[in-house]
Design a protein around this ligand. Structure first.
Ligand code: DLL
Length: 426
């Protein structure tokens, strides 16, 4: 499947899309109405390009049908429920049939193998087990690979490190920010790099710039890959990097990705940057037609040297709702992270604070020092502040206020890092 020549792959996608469109139309009243309103006839799909005439589905649509109004099967066929917490209001509830779980494990297993995992690995899963899809998704995928899975969950970092050392964990699975936190804790508790046998990090669920990744690889002495997914589409398993790390291969036999202009909804050409929209081709319990992910990326259809033919999406650049607009300048947090992580005196944790004073927005970049060495040296602190400020100014074209925080003072989480504090109100 992963190396199917493109024409065969597209034939398979077309057959599956035709089936999926009719399936949604006949089983989910929401899609029935939506297709009718858009004048879209699901029985008449002739080419993959017809996809662009199908209506989008949004997070609001899911919310409007809380909790399970978009499910396409009856409850007897649903064998698992997950949910994503979301920042406001009700969670997004998603369901799986037995076949959905099987496909899910397969997709995750593929990305683990593509990254270099095998049945010789001992894989410690440091994602939170529960409604979040990350832990159980990776769990079943890695079991399918034949790895020895340690479901240690997130948090309780001291015990986490003890298990990692004593059981000879070779592969760690977590958010990049938690992996960095674990590395700091390991150092604080007196562990040495040689105490661990980690060789591979399967990171995902939040952004990680190449600069941050380099920090992580250095801290743990491992090879790190990135994988992407979201609850609404399945969880992890939608796409992942192979060992060549030149984009994340999308599991194209199960998903069709598109890139659109978020403002107009128009589909963009290959290589252009825009919002990722994904259609599921095989999901039974909770199918999604043209789901607007709000994640920004671009697609590359060139075959990869690894032999996989599945399209590669670029690492997520940001989210349409994460893009900071400050005095008319658009800024993605990842651009700031890239600047910060090139400075050796700066640790992996930072906070972006937005304020509005007298109708003008301002951005404070609060940066944590990596250790105590600069603390007594006022001149050096001031020089570092200026250096960060000037670099940000030249990269972003924006005035920021840079403040330095003592080591280990910004909040850590065991899951996704919270890096934006927006105090602007509305
Ligand atoms: O985070 C699924 C997942 C779990 C993926 C474990 C990979 C590993 P949600 O909690 O629903 O699902 O959050 C989905 O997280 O829309 C992105 O904005 C962000 N995200 C996920 N993976 C990446 C990544 C899981 N590799 C949302 N890079 C998505 C950047 C990511 N952002």
């Amino acid at each position: 499947m992963e190396t199917l020549p493109r024409p065969q792959l597209e034939r398979l996608q077309l057959e599956r899309l035709q089936r999926m469109a009719v399936y949604c139309y006949e089983r989910v009243p929401f899609y029935h109405e939506k297709f009718d309103q858009a004048g879209f006839d699901p029985y008449k799909i002739k080419a993959l390009s017809d996809l662009q005439y199908m209506p989008f589905t949004t997070k609001e649509d899911i919310r409007d049908h809380y909790p399970t109004g978009l499910f396409a099967v009856d409850r007897r066929q649903v064998v698992r429920i997950h949910a994503s917490s979301g920042t406001t209001g009700k969670p997004t509830v998603v369901g799986y049939t037995r076949n959905d779980l099987d496909v899910w494990s397969e997709c995750v297993a593929r990305l683990c193998v593509a990254a270099g995992a095998s049945d010789e690995d001992t894989a410690q899963i440091c994602f939170g087990y529960g409604l979040f899809t990350g832990a159980l998704g990776l769990h079943y995928g890695l079991e399918r690979v034949g790895a020895t899975v340690i479901p240690s969950s997130s948090g309780n970092t001291e015990k986490q490190l003890m298990l990692m050392k004593d059981l000879g964990t070779t592969t760690v699975i977590s958010t990049p920010s938690y992996a960095l936190y674990m590395a700091e804790e390991a150092q604080r508790l007196g562990y040495r790099k040689e105490d661990f046998q980690l060789r591979l990090g399967l990171f995902g669920s939040e952004g990680c710039t190449p600069e941050m990744r380099a920090k992580l690889e250095e801290a743990w002495g491992l090879f790190a890959t990135d994988n992407y997914g979201m609850s609404e589409l399945m969880g992890p398993g939608v796409s992942g990097e192979c060992h060549l790390r030149c984009g994340l291969h999308v599991a194209e036999d199960h998903f069709i990705p598109e890139i659109i202009d978020p403002a107009t909804g128009r589909r963009l050409e290959e290589g252009q940057e825009g919002e990722l929209v994904v259609t599921t081709l095989t999901k039974e319990a909770f199918p999604m037609i043209r789901y607007r992910t709000k994640d920004i990326s671009r697609l590359d259809f060139q075959p990869c040297d690894c032999g996989r033919t599945h399209v590669r999406m670029e690492k997520i650049i940001g989210r349409t709702d994460d893009m900071l607009k400050i005095r008319g300048v658009n800024v993605f947090p990842s651009q700031i992270e890239s600047v910060l992580m090139t400075m050796p005196q700066v640790g992996g944790h930072y906070l972006l604070i937005l304020r509005r004073e007298r109708f003008t927005d301002s951005l404070e970049v609060k940066v944590e020092l990596v250790d105590n060495t600069l603390l007594e040296n006022y001149g050096a602190l001031e020089a570092l502040t200026h250096r960060i400020h000037d670099k940000l100014k030249s990269v972003l074209g924006l005035e920021t206020t840079v403040t330095l925080a003592d080591p280990q003072t910004l909040e850590r989480t065991a899951g996704k890092a919270k890096r934006i504090l927006d105090l602007r109100g509305n």
